[in-house]
Design a protein around this ligand. Structure first.
Ligand code: ADP
Length: 329
């Protein structure tokens, strides 16, 4: 049973809360499970804040226990909800949020979100000194300072399954398929999908292109017996996907279809990689807060896990991995 006072087993308990902000990703639930399991094991009292910063403002804050996270490992999305909050951009609502945390004697926050959420958190820290650790969570993989954001691997695997299925029909029906992935201004999902799906064309914002450059080669391939094309395009490119399909029809001479993958990319059963990363991100975030680290984002790079400042993760646009980019023709 959760106790209402601030002591457990004779030790002074620290109250710590978790919330999800911005777009949900698959991997949030495994992170929430580890948060509850680990903080309880450490003798802390975990709390859920429902619906992101909106829940902070409206005091949707409740103590959590092992039973609250039973069985959530396999589910995408987030058990505690996520939201965008216009009100949190105003200092008066952030003061209300702080008053709610004070009421529950919560001193520390773990926040799963993107760079926008971290910007808001930075203001909150500057005004109210609430200690926090951010965990980069977005399928776009566009946060500076980290090579990997929670949710990316599950999104890539869902895209992989979709592209493999579309290939079946493209090859049977002799069509060109233009498959649009998410990613906002970042082409990471499209690029990795291209390199791992054997598609013929990949268009992303980071790689300047002219469709004309592909015309001779694609027409030659058609003459030599190619029956279908797969084109992976990122939502951030300058053309609409329908224009790319029109180009296939008019310039290459093959009937074309567009498939916008949309929100299926955000959900689904979290992959092993996302479950493990969620476990590690949360464990390290909680340890850092207990060690007195006040304001940081836990990042994952080739060199391992590193804590970065909000300034570092929000001040620059993330650049695509140069090696992966160099494989694009
Ligand atoms: P993400 O975290 O995925 O980048 P958003 O950019 O939508 O998502 O940000 C999520 C929430 O973070 C916003 O709805 C808002 O409540 C808060 N936020 C973002 N930027 C700021 C800011 N400059 N000041 C205060 N709060 C902010």
């Amino acid at each position: 049973m959760v106790k209402s006072n601030n002591f457990r087993d004779g030790y002074n308990m620290k109250n710590i809360a978790i919330l999800c902000s911005g777009g949900d990703v698959s991997g949030m639930n495994p992170a929430i499970k580890q948060f509850v399991d680990y903080t309880l094991d450490k003798g802390m009292q975990p709390y859920f804040v429902y619906d992101g910063y909106e829940g902070l403002i409206d005091d949707k804050i409740t103590p959590a226990n092992y039973s609250d996270v039973a069985g959530i490992m396999t589910r995408g999305g987030t058990k505690i909800g996520s939201a965008r909050s216009i009100r949190f951009k105003e200092a008066s609502y952030r003061a209300q949020a702080k008053a709610n945390l004070d009421k529950h004697e919560i001193e520390m926050l773990v926040v799963l979100g993107g760079d926008g959420s971290f910007r808001g958190l930075h203001k909150f820290y500057e005004e109210h000194k609430i200690k926090f650790c951010g965990i980069p969570s977005t399928i776009d993989n566009d946060i500076n300072g980290t090579d990997y954001c929670l949710g990316v691997d599950t999104a890539l695997n869902i895209i992989k399954t979709s592209v493999d299925a579309i290939r079946d029909t493209a090859s049977s029906f002799s069509r060109a398929f233009v498959i649009e992935t998410m990613g906002r201004d970042c082409g990471y999902l499209a690029l990795v999908t291209h390199l791992t799906s054997g598609s013929e064309l990949c268009l992303i914002p980071e790689h300047p292109y002219s469709l004309k450059d592909y015309e001779d080669e694609f027409k030659k391939q058609m003459k030599n017996g190619r029956r279908y094309f797969l084109a992976i395009v990122s939502e951030g490119i300058k053309e609409d996907s329908n224009e790319i399909a029109k180009w296939f029809e008019e310039r290459i001479g093959i009937e074309s279809r567009v498939s916008v993958l949309g929100h299926i990319q955000r959900g689904g059963n979290p992959t092993v990689k996302d479950r493990l990363l969620a476990y590690q991100f949360v464990t390290k975030a909680v340890d850092a807060l207990l060690d007195g680290k006040e304001e940081s984002v836990i990042c994952y790079e080739k060199s391992g896990f590193n804590f970065k400042s909000i300034e570092e993760v929000t001040s620059k646009i993330k650049e695509l991995d140069n090696e992966l980019l160099s494989y694009l023709r």
